[in-house]
Design a protein around this ligand. Structure first.
Ligand code: ATP
Length: 495
């Protein structure tokens, strides 16, 4: 029952199969050992006074410790609140207070914690003998409260029920050969984000595959880890693939020799990266689209089985998608993504992406506000359109729209055009206040290693490929751009 049942089932079915391998330490735990460590941790949590429904925060990197703490907290009936181990004290305090966490599991035994919150260090004892009964939470009970990375305003804790998380795994399993028991899945992204947690760790547990866990991504090191651990699939983000793509063909082929499939999500994957990796290795990167509120995967090019540059593919079986106007009325007809005629009618029109399915969240912590509407639809902040095949293309986030003299500019379109220049490694575009036009387009550009590039070259290339109001008024060169832990561009910081 519940998300914790995934581990219990795997431990019963494949007790001696490696569940997790840690790249840094070389530590390997079988499913039986993880289960034993989970029981021991659940007992310690109960001793610390944790009761079903209490929040337990995890401040841990991608590691065996995280896996044991996660399933241990669920076994004790707790609601897991994953947090970045890197977030500074004041942010930790804010989230602990907002979530009302009783215990925080952290490696730092000296960590200063607010009154009423106790710290617990993660000892994962693979010989743990305790037998702790499962608290039996399932269905609509909340399993995880996941805080989005919001940089402005109050924190938003997305409430994910056992039902929602399990539904998304079920929807993923409907996609041909997505993951099997024989796979070794590289997870070098944060487990505290639902992308690493759901399609990464939980999907691996659900089929009894091996999760290869890496605390830190570093292109050379990670490639060597892939070869050493015989990694077969990679659950990654665009920044990782962009760094891979910049390496030599020989190193890539060697590192990825055992890999059969790579997936990307959380932010747009540049077609240039997709093409470069295919050329160097013959491997495709399958792009998906997801949101924390959708637990998290919504669409993937794995549904059709072919990657398509610039597209995030089609909805997973069981996920409904439609495009609506900002006032909520249908822009496009309601879509059954598997019905080609339906899709055809809606082709090309942009709208706000709305989602319905058993994978949706239960509103925001603590009162469940702003969840799906009465008919079960959740309106994302993303703008997209469907092409003639019925594949989804994301245009941008509605909030990132720049309005120049009343004309709409979606930053991503301009970024992609700038990115076509071979001298460009990465580009980001934001709106800046302009006396005449209200807002103007400003570009930040990271030149490719060893390349030289002028502001005029960037402007000329844009002018040749974009309408005048979309052309940047200012170009600033930078060594790097600010990204979140999952590779999302932090536009607010650039602004
Ligand atoms: P916050 O708004 O607090 O910064 P967040 O919205 O980034 O948090 P997430 O749930 O991590 O929280 O991110 C979901 C968003 O990520 C989506 O709404 C979409 O804008 C973006 N996204 C996810 N996958 C892709 C993709 N393949 N291509 C483009 N954008 C994507």
């Amino acid at each position: 029952s519940g998300v914790g049942g995934l581990l219990t089932r795997a431990a019963a079915t494949w007790p001696d199969h490696p569940a997790v391998r840690e790249t840094g330490t070389g530590r390997v735990l079988t499913y039986r050992q993880v289960e034993a460590a989970v029981h021991a941790l659940a007992e310690r949590l109960a001793e610390a006074g944790v009761e079903p429904g209490d929040r337990v925060a995890l401040r841990l990197p991608t590691s065996v410790d995280f896996v044991v703490a996660f399933f241990g907290a669920l076994r004790a009936g707790a609601v897991v609140v994953p947090m970045s181990p890197q977030s500074p004290g004041p942010e930790l305090e804010k989230l602990l207070e907002h979530s009302g966490a009783k215990v925080v599991i952290t490696r730092d035994a000296e960590e200063a914690l607010p009154e009423g919150v106790s710290g617990l260090t993660p000892e994962s004892d693979p010989d743990g003998v305790a037998e702790v009964a499962d608290a039996g939470r399932a269905g609509e009970d909340i399993a995880v409260v996941s805080y989005t990375s919001g940089t402005t305003g109050p924190p938003r804790g997305v409430m994910l029920s056992h039902r929602a998380l399990l539904a998304n795994l079920e929807q993923l399993s409907g996609v041909e050969g997505v993951l099997t028991h024989d796979d070794r899945v590289l997870i070098a992204i944060p487990l505290f984000h639902v992308y690493g947690l759901g399609p990464g760790l939980l999907q691996a547990t659900s089929v009894g595959a091996t999760a290869v866990l890496s605390e830190r991504f570093e292109a050379h090191r990670t490639l060597a880890d892939c070869a050493e651990h015989g990694v077969t699939t990679i659950t990654g983000v665009p920044t990782m693939y962009a760094e891979f793509a910049a390496l030599g063909t020989e190193e890539l082929s060697r590192g990825l020799a055992t890999v059969r499939r790579m997936t990307s999500g959380a932010a747009p994957l540049h077609p240039k990266v997709l093409g470069a990796l295919r050329e160097a290795t013959g491997l495709d990167v399958f792009e998906g689209y997801g949101l924390t509120e959708c637990a998290p995967v919504v669409t993937s090019t794995l549904v059709t089985g072919y990657p398509k540059p610039g597209s995030v593919g089609r909805p997973l079986p069981g996920v409904e998608l439609r495009l609506v106007d900002s006032d909520g009325t249908d822009q496009a007809v309601p879509l059954d993504p598997h019905d080609v005629d339906d899709v055809f009618e809606a082709e090309g029109e942009t709208g706000l992406v709305s989602i319905r399915g058993a994978n949706l969240f239960s509103g925001y912590w603590p009162d469940g506000g702003h969840g799906p509407d009465e008919e079960g639809w959740f309106r994302t902040g993303d703008v997209g359109y469907l092409d003639t095949d019925g594949d989804l293309h994301l245009v941008d986030r509605a909030n990132d729209l720049i309005i120049v003299n009343g004309f709409n500019v979606f930053p991503r379109e301009v970024e992609e055009v700038i990115g076509q220049l071979p001298e460009v490694a990465e580009a980001a575009v934001v709106g800046v206040v302009d006396e005449r036009s209200g807002e103007a387009v400003k570009a930040f550009v990271v030149p490719a290693t060893g390349a030289s590039l002028s502001e005029q070259q960037v402007v000329d290339h844009c002018a040749a490929n974009l309408a005048g109001y979309k052309v940047p008024h200012a170009v600033e060169f930078a060594e790097s751009l600010p990204h979140s832990a999952t590779g999302k561009l932090r536009r607010t910081r650039l602004r």
